[in-house]
Design a protein around this ligand. Sequence first.
Ligand SMILES: Nc1nc2c(ncn2[C@@H]2O[C@H](COP(=O)(O)OP(=O)(O)OP(=O)(O)O)[C@@H](O)[C@H]2O)c(=O)[nH]1
Length: 294
Amino acid sequence: MARLAAVGVLMRPKCSSQSTWSQRKYLHAAKSKLAKATDFQPVPQSYTNPVDRLQPHVQVPIIPDSEYGFQPSREEIQDGASLFEPKNTEGEMFKFLGSWPNPHIMPKSDVPEVAFIGKSNVGKSSLLAAIFTLIPSLKVRTSSKPGHTKLMNVFNVNDCFHLVDMPGYGFNMPDHFETSVEAYLKARRNLQRVFMLVDADTGPTEVDYLAVEMMEEASKPYVMVLTKIDLAKQGTLIRNLMAVLKFRDSSKAHSCFPQPFLVSSHSGEGVAFLQTFIAYITGHLNIKSLSGAS
Ligand SMILES: Nc1nc2c(ncn2[C@@H]2O[C@H](COP(=O)(O)OP(=O)(O)OP(=O)(O)O)[C@@H](O)[C@H]2O)c(=O)[nH]1
């Protein structure tokens, strides 16, 4: 728990060697393997943490109890997820606020914001669509074509917080990526947490580590989220989860929340758990069992 408390407050100084995104992108040959639709077994949406179903297949604790920062009860997860349910039939408290290419022309706001970042096609827009699944009036556009999301799309949740869908990096990333995403991370004052999405089937790639560098340089706290867990075979999922944990334990991950999250936007697994975490870190859910997980 001490370690979790530290992550909440301890933002290390910026790295001395500051490289720009465009420098980084040339360092990287983005040739990630395409996710294969093997072993697809949808599971019903649940109010559990998907890590729990992997644990029986691993001899050592995947995440030791001492490292768990966020372990809400089933009732607390139901409460957290209910924040994403419309309070009236129109769902009018949920709004698409707009799209912007850079943070300087975005309307200023005091409402806490969380952003979803990841490489092209990792499933950012799909995750937002899954989060808003009970709000049919709120359409989030997804595409199988990588690099579809070019602007920063801001959604208002119940006037409690904003969720921001960021342009993807890597293949077909927009030319203005540096002036949009990098500038947003550095300039946006109400940004509370970045959700760094990684494909569960391929695991973290070089280009993801470059994005992590960007967040470390901006001193922004981030959380690792493995997406498309319905596509990854169990062994692959465990291996890639371990890779994320190994990275978390490295000297490069100062601002990383210790507990990764697992989701499938198609089957819904892990979505309620993630919704609860968002509700919690933006200050809209009181979880009795937690003290230092923010
Ligand atoms: N099986 C499966 N497919 C998914 C999941 N999430 C997304 N996809 C698919 O992956 C593709 C890309 O999803 P998007 O949500 O558009 O990805 P993105 O990260 O917003 O993409 P960019 O616009 O390129 O940044 C789409 O064909 C989705 O249907 C998932 O959880 N499971």
